[in-house]
Design a protein around this ligand. Structure first.
Ligand code: ZN
Length: 244
């Protein structure tokens, strides 16, 4: 079975569609949260995701949009986009967001899914080996998948050895999920922040137990034009061009 792993789509349908197309044949989608917020097509992205078999977690933006999370921790631009999204989200899609779980353990394959981190699924930004190690210590599965930082990265805890190794991913190179413990971030579909403007995602092959980090170009201008028409904050529109 092949799994398309996506995170931080942020209502960017052009990016999501490019990822789905590029993913080729897959059986399920695992979405690590933040389907909405920032971008111009929240309802369309939810509809697209729900057309596939799979699971989806709640991200901090998803929860804020349905008023399950206070807005104090969000930047002014993020807050504006959350208000904008609230006004447009259909009642059915709001219900769907509200019901999303904060963590999922896929026990039969030894993988834990979280948005921020397994120890703090909503808010923790895992940006250091220490934080990754603490998260791995908090789960019972060898592998953890998380999003939230919008940075495609792998933290590896070697079976033989000490400490955690931070690995920049080599795109298109499958890595084994059975050798070491790892916390893996597939990056962001709709708003990458790792100096690469291409949409980021990962593919898992559950028979071979491998994961492949991938990037794909999408029509950034199309998303930016929709954002301009929607009068979403300027800085959110510009950052898509810089991958920041
Ligand atoms: Zn996000």
């Amino acid at each position: 079975m092949r799994i398309l792993v996506v995170s931080d789509i942020h209502a960017n349908l052009a990016a999501l569609d490019a990822v789905i197309q590029d993913g080729g044949h897959f059986d399920r989608i695992w979405c690590l949260g933040d389907v909405v917020g920032y971008g111009p097509e929240p309802n369309e992205c939810i509809k697209r995701l729900r057309a596939f078999d799979g699971v989806c977690l709640a991200g901090n933006h998803d929860l804020a949009v349905v008023d399950k999370l206070a807005l104090g921790e969000f930047s002014p631009d993020a807050r504006d986009a959350i208000y904008w999204t609230r006004e447009r989200l259909t009642a059915a899609n709001a219900d769907w967001l509200e019901a999303l779980p904060s963590m999922i353990v896929v026990a039969e394959h030894g993988i834990t899914l979280a948005h921020g981190s397994p120890r703090d699924p909503i808010w923790e930004y895992v940006a250091t080996p220490e934080a990754a190690g603490a998260s791995l210590d908090s789960i019972d599965t060898p592998i953890g998948l998380n999003g939230h930082t919008h940075v495609q990265i792998i933290y590896r805890k070697p079976t033989y050895g000490v400490g955690i190794v931070k690995e920049l991913p080599t795109v298109n190179l499958p890595i084994s999920l059975t050798l070491d413990r790892m916390l893996i971030n597939p990056g962001s579909v709709g708003q990458p922040r790792d100096d690469d403007v291409r949409a980021a995602y990962a593919l898992i092959d559950l028979e071979a137990m491998t994961l492949t980090q991938r990037r794909v170009q999408y029509d950034i201008s199309a998303t930016q034009t929709l954002m301009k028409h929607a009068r979403l904050p300027d800085r959110l529109i510009r950052r898509l061009r810089f991958g920041e």
